[in-house]
Design a protein around this ligand. Structure first.
Ligand code: ATP
Ligand code: MG
Length: 379
């Protein structure tokens, strides 16, 4: 198969210097190496890529030998991380070939045959993610029509959607994420396969879904992502206790705004918002006269969080923060004036206060005065 090769010179400022170094050093060592995947997609769209991935015909051992500060990592597939600082590394993957082997439950068990670039392309998920960049000749290499699909804003699966979703159900939520990110369309077959295979997400380990969930909602279009997940029947396999609400809309809109203006966001806020109504429901049904309020709330929080972690993992630090946000709502609503200063100086005050404000603007309008009271108190 001959690929389309299109000469495109990207703005040097948008290319990661370290990624370029890695490609050049691999080539110097006698291997082939290309930039690949999301970074090429984003560059072509004029976005600044989040990360730069590299694909090569060198084996992980050969890559590791070429770079002093590198290590082989491997869960599903062995990759090499080349370290540039304590926090920054470039990921290099060896071309792969062959079918992904999955167990009966749909978990990938074997995925490690090395291959050529041409074979590697067909293991990638969507055509818009299947583009390679040849830095030496400044050419995009396209085997799958990704360049055309990017222009037409279409998300197309490489291969048969049903088979590829069965092979790896996480691709369904990736599809939704890219659809929204690119303001793109799905072709009909792909759209139908998502609706009919949504239940397969139940087979994915919660830890893997945690990473994907963060990518879903930590971006500027999280409301659209939420609505698409709902439409395709995917949301209930990620957050079975979550229903659409004005509060969720307000919170996602707020997250998008914060990201647009460069403010920090934390997944704790998203999880606290998504699970808030389930938490309240649990408080109501377990509320017995003789039990202390705090105990009821802690038990309810633990119950809801435990349910959630069956689907999407919540690391300990995250669930602790979610609990803090919830328990502080009660304190913010019923604070003894003598304790107000203590509460404001609490490390978690800001998050809990933001949460209260959003409630007061969406589902708990009667809290407006309370929210304003706390706003004034901080000034
Ligand atoms: P972003 O970085 O914006 O999340 P991305 O496309 O770079 O998007 P990554 O998870 O970084 O996503 O993956 C890099 C590339 O690896 C993808 O572009 C795609 O070619 C391939 N890929 C990732 N996940 C899968 C998957 N589940 N199935 C097939 N190919 C995948
Ligand atoms: Mg990426």
């Amino acid at each position: 198969m001959t690929p389309v090769r299109q000469t495109i010179k990207f703005d040097k400022k948008l290319l990661d210097k370290d990624a370029i170094k890695v490609v050049h050093n691999l080539i110097k060592a006698g291997y082939d190496a290309y930039l690949v995947g999301g970074c090429i997609r984003d560059l072509l769209l004029g976005y600044e890529p989040k990360d730069f991935d590299i694909a090569t015909n060198a084996t992980p051992e050969q890559v590791h030998k070429t770079f002093k500060r590198s290590r082989i990592i491997g869960r599903r597939f062995r990759l090499v991380h080349i370290m540039f600082s304590a926090r920054k590394f470039i990921e290099v993957a060896t071309f792969r070939a062959g079918k992904v082997k999955t167990s009966n439950s749909g978990v990938v068990v074997r995925d490690n045959f090395y291959g050529s670039l041409e074979e590697d392309v067909f293991r990638r998920d969507f055509t818009v993610n299947g583009l390679y960049y040849d830095l030496v000749n400044s050419q995009v290499i396209d085997y799958v029509g990704g360049l055309d699909d990017l222009k037409a804003a279409e998300i197309n699966m490489i291969g048969n959607p049903k088979e590829r979703f069965e092979e790896d159900p996480v691709r369904m939520i990736r599809a939704v994420r890219f659809k929204v990110k690119l303001s793109a369309q799905f072709e009909l077959e792909l759209s139908k396969s998502i609706s009919s295979n949504a239940h397969l997400l139940a087979n994915i380990p919660p830890a893997r879904l945690y990473e994907e969930v963060i990518k879903l909602f930590h971006n500027e279009n999280s409301i659209e992502v939420f609505n698409e997940l709902l439409n395709f029947g995917l949301l209930k396999h990620l957050f079975s206790q979550t229903k659409e609400s004005l509060f969720i809309n307000a919170a996602l809109e707020n997250t998008s705004k914060r990201i647009k203006s460069g403010n920090s966001v934390t997944p704790a806020f998203i999880f606290a918002v998504f699970l808030w109504s389930a938490f309240n429901l649990r408080v109501v049904v377990t509320d017995k006269k003789n039990k202390p309020r705090l105990e009821i709330m802690i038990n309810a929080a633990e119950f809801v969080i435990k349910n959630q972690t069956q689907q999407v993992m919540m690391p300990r630090w995250l669930s602790t923060r979610v609990k803090d946000i919830w328990l502080m709502q009660y304190q913010l609503e019923n604070c003894n004036p003598k304790k107000e200063r203590d509460l404001i100086s609490n490390q978690r005050f800001r998050m809990a206060y933001d949460f209260l404000v959003l409630r007061s603007q969406s589902i708990d309008l009667e809290l407006k005065n309370k929210a304003e009271y706390w706003t004034a108190l901080q000034n």
